[in-house]
Design a protein around this ligand. Structure first.
Ligand code: DLL
Length: 438
């Protein structure tokens, strides 16, 4: 039985023990932030509170929220609570404008992250003997390296294939006998389709048994499809750059929500409109406090992810509360092929091109497995008279700029002045035709 857990004592400790442990860490972290981060010291002062006001876990509610905007306004290193020399690794994800959100980690943060990823992989049945095909992107995105560190901690064999080159992915999965697949759920579906086309039958030709899918919302219908088509047991895994990356929470074999590793994170659910804290079991925006992070600790960070938290013990014996699937966001962030994109980033880019008028539209569709990302932009009266060659060169420039800033390449459609739909009220900048497509 104990072989089910990476750290049985922690994963199955009573809720009382867990809460006691959280309170101790919360008090220490609040004091640490007050003493080491001018951002938090100022926040505390303007809220009229001091670390000694935090005496219970509920007292955390006295602390003002931290938002993505705070990170953006203090880009890149304004919120770091340690000396620069103590930062050993940087990751990043999309911010709301041109600047990314920077995750800066100390060695302590890296060790915790590897530990939580090992715990997450282990909870789903990954063991030393496994061969892990890791198709999450390596680089600034936390997916690739997060799984990498966790797999190494367990001692499994990691295949750092990263994204793209699907044919080669399939060949290697087959030749090496990979047993675990890690990638976004949409790439898993794409892989399944590509296998069909290549005449590869995953159930006969591959040894896959476990799939770790996350970084974007997915549904039970996708689970049924990937399980059937790839012959894996599919697990949902959640996380964000600001907290560590993947490994904040993961599904166990009961498949009834994702266990949040509460010995490292304090989670609350709030009403996104009023900020009011909601009781367990009610849907709201998840807010996390990092209890052990040192490089860039965050108090009451608003994730904008909407979910429901359940606190009853799970059939697997773990006591850490469970978040249900993320059902949406309380801001306008889009996740396109696993990459976070804010409409404001696109607007910022479009406005930087004097050849374009101010009207644009983002169109997202999913005719097959993968998202199609199109930006329609209106030309000015003058540029609409350009030659086809000039227009092609302009398209390429816009595409490159978007790709540089967001990490994802769109299709660009340049349209005549006045061609995009006008509304009397708010402009409809995003046309998302993907929902319910898979
Ligand atoms: O997506 C970390 C990650 C990598 C998680 C690989 C799981 C697997 P970011 O790029 O910072 O980090 O994006 C974080 O992605 O706030 C959610 O909106 C969304 N997200 C992440 N995991 C899930 C999931 C990584 N399992 C943002 N279900 C988060 C739904 C998810 N949305």
């Amino acid at each position: 039985m104990s072989d089910m857990y990476w750290n049985k004592k922690v994963e199955t400790s009573t809720r009382d023990e867990l809460r006691k442990h959280q309170l101790q860490l919360l008090k220490e972290k609040v004091k640490f932030c007050y003493e080491n981060s001018s951002f938090y010291r100022n926040r505390f002062k303007s809220a009229g509170i001091s670390p000694s006001d935090i005496k219970t876990l509920e007292d955390a509610q006295k602390i003002p929220f931290t938002t993505k905007d705070d990170l953006r306004d203090n880009y890149p290193f304004g919120m770091i609570a340690v000396h620069h020399d103590d930062i050993v690794e940087i990751h990043a994800s999309s911010g709301t404008t041109g600047n990314p959100i920077v995750g800066a980690y100390t060695q302590n943060d890296m060790d915790v992250w590897a530990e939580l990823m090992a715990r997450s992989l282990y909870a789903t049945g990954v063991r030393r003997a496994d061969l892990i095909h890791n198709a999450y992107g390596y680089g600034l995105f936390t997916g690739g390296l997060g799984f990498h560190y966790g797999a190494q901690k367990i001692g499994s064999t990691i295949i750092p294939i990263s994204g793209g080159m699907t044919e080669r992915q399939i060949k290697l999965m087959k030749d090496l006998g990979s047993t675990v697949l890690c990638c976004t759920p949409s790439y898993a579906i794409y892989l399944a389709e590509a296998m069909k086309e290549a005449g590869v039958d995953p159930r006969k030709d591959l040894k896959l048994r476990i799939g770790h899918f996350g970084a974007e919302p997915w549904s039970e219908r996708i689970r049924e499809r990937v399980e059937k088509e790839l012959g894996v047991e599919a697990f949902d895994i959640y996380g964000l750059t600001e907290l560590c990356g993947p490994g904040v929470s993961v599904e166990c074999p009961e498949h009834n929500g994702l266990h949040i590793w509460e010995d490292h994170f304090l989670v609350e659910t709030i009403d996104p409109e009023t900020g009011e804290v909601l009781p367990a079991g009610e849907e709201g925006e998840m807010v996390f406090t990092t209890l052990t992070k040192t490089g860039l600790p965050l108090l009451r960070f608003r994730t904008r992810d909407i979910s429901v938290i359940e606190t009853e013990k799970c059939g697997c014996g773990r006591t850490h509360s469970r978040m249900m699937r993320v059902t949406g966001r309380s801001d306008d962030m889009l996740i396109i092929r696993g990459v976070n994109v804010f409409p404001s980033q696109i607007e910022y880019i479009i406005m930087g091109f004097p050849e374009l008028a101010a009207q644009y539209q983002i169109v997202l569709d999913r005719p097959e497995a993968l998202d199609i990302f199109t930006i329609k932009a209106e030309l000015t009266e003058q540029t609409s008279k350009s030659t086809p060659e000039e227009l092609n060169a302009l398209k390429l420039k816009i595409r490159q700029k978007v790709s540089n800033i967001t990490g994802i390449s769109p299709l660009i459609e340049l349209v005549k002045p006045g061609e995009l739909p006008r509304t009397e009220g708010k402009a409809k900048r995003v046309l998302d035709l993907r929902s319910g497509k898979i």
